[in-house]
Design a protein around this ligand. Structure first.
Ligand SMILES: N[C@@H](CCC(=O)N[C@@H](CS)C(=O)NCC(=O)O)C(=O)O
Length: 283
């Protein structure tokens, strides 16, 4: 998926927008990845913040822009692009200087980013199991808008899947089984990356590429959830710490104090109820 058809967009005003516009949310992993990518390539854009905590992504206005109701969305001179990895591939081709998807590594990066995309649900499960207490995440999803964007003229199944996730979350939250499965899945991938980092500075060699940005964001999230990266994946931990020294990376992953306090209290509560990621993965 790259560019949506004009007739699929129902919030027509965006079709006449000039230049680059990004719909994104401060704490969304895919938005962070996109913003770091844009900052490293020094690409200017107009920012449109969508507050996912307030579920602004289900507003009729935003539903009319993307069939999936997900951020990020890029508008480039009226063309609407969805799916973060497709957006980044498009931008790297359009702005070839400072490549983050170098042509000789394109296939390898495409494969890694497809895996990263699949892991997004695991990161989401971990976030909503360990970082965001359920009572703080008031899930009130607006129904499908009358003028909802479509995908090639039809409703989008990914949108239904996303709605089903939130319905299930509202009822049962994230179960221990689901959380454990997600943790083990992530652990397997991090083992592989740790092995790669035995041989070079960055994940795919000695130059920073898109997978470094994407995994940096995931690792930051996992660390916030007290996943013991330093114990299980020491090379990943060193690589993360060295990227954190770069302003662009540090700025994106700076967690506001209030969120730190809430997630710490939540962590302590879970730990004394018998559940912690460390206990689950390390023993
Ligand atoms: N595969 C999509 C995933 C996008 C996605 O899941 N975005 C999340 C934030 S990281 C979102 O918009 N969530 C809102 C919701 O779940 O309702 C991409 O890479 O763009």
């Amino acid at each position: 998926m790259v560019k949506l058809r004009q007739e699929d967009i129902k919030t027509k005003e965006v079709l006449s927008w000039k230049g680059l516009h990004l719909f994104h949310f401060q704490f969304s992993a895919c938005s962070m990845k996109t913003r770091i990518f844009l900052a490293l390539k020094e690409i200017a854009y107009e920012s449109h913040h969508i507050d996912l905590q307030k579920k602004e992504n289900f507003s009729p206005y935003f539903q009319g822009i993307t069939p999936r109701s997900l951020v990020p969305v890029l508008i480039d001179n009226g063309d609407v692009h969805i799916e973060s990895n497709d957006i980044l591939e498009y931008l790297d081709e359009k702005y070839p200087s400072k490549p983050l998807i170098p042509p000789e590594k394109k296939d390898e990066i495409k494969k890694m980013m497809a895996e990263e995309n699949d892991l997004h649900i695991d990161i989401r499960n971990i976030t909503f199991k360990f970082l965001v207490p359920k009572f703080l995440n008031k899930v009130k999803i607006e129904k499908k808008a009358a003028a909802k964007a479509t995908l090639n003229g039809a409703e989008d199944s990914a949108d239904d899947k996303n709605r089903a996730f939130w319905e299930s979350y509202k009822k049962i939250g994230i179960s221990d089984e689901v959380a454990t499965k997600s943790l083990l899945n992530i652990k397997n991938h991090l083992n592989e990356i740790d092995e790669n980092l035995n041989h070079h500075t960055y994940i795919l060699g000695n130059d920073l590429t898109l997978p470094d940005i994407a995994w940096f964001i995931y690792v930051a999230r996992l660390k916030s959830a007290k996943y013991p990266i330093h114990i299980l994946h020491p090379n990943v931990n060193d690589w993360y710490e060295s990227l954190l020294k770069k302003d662009v990376f540090a700025k994106e992953t700076k967690v506001p104090k209030i969120i730190k306090v809430v997630s710490y209290l939540f962590y302590v509560f879970q730990k004394y109820s018998g559940w912690s990621i460390k206990r689950q993965l390390v023993g």
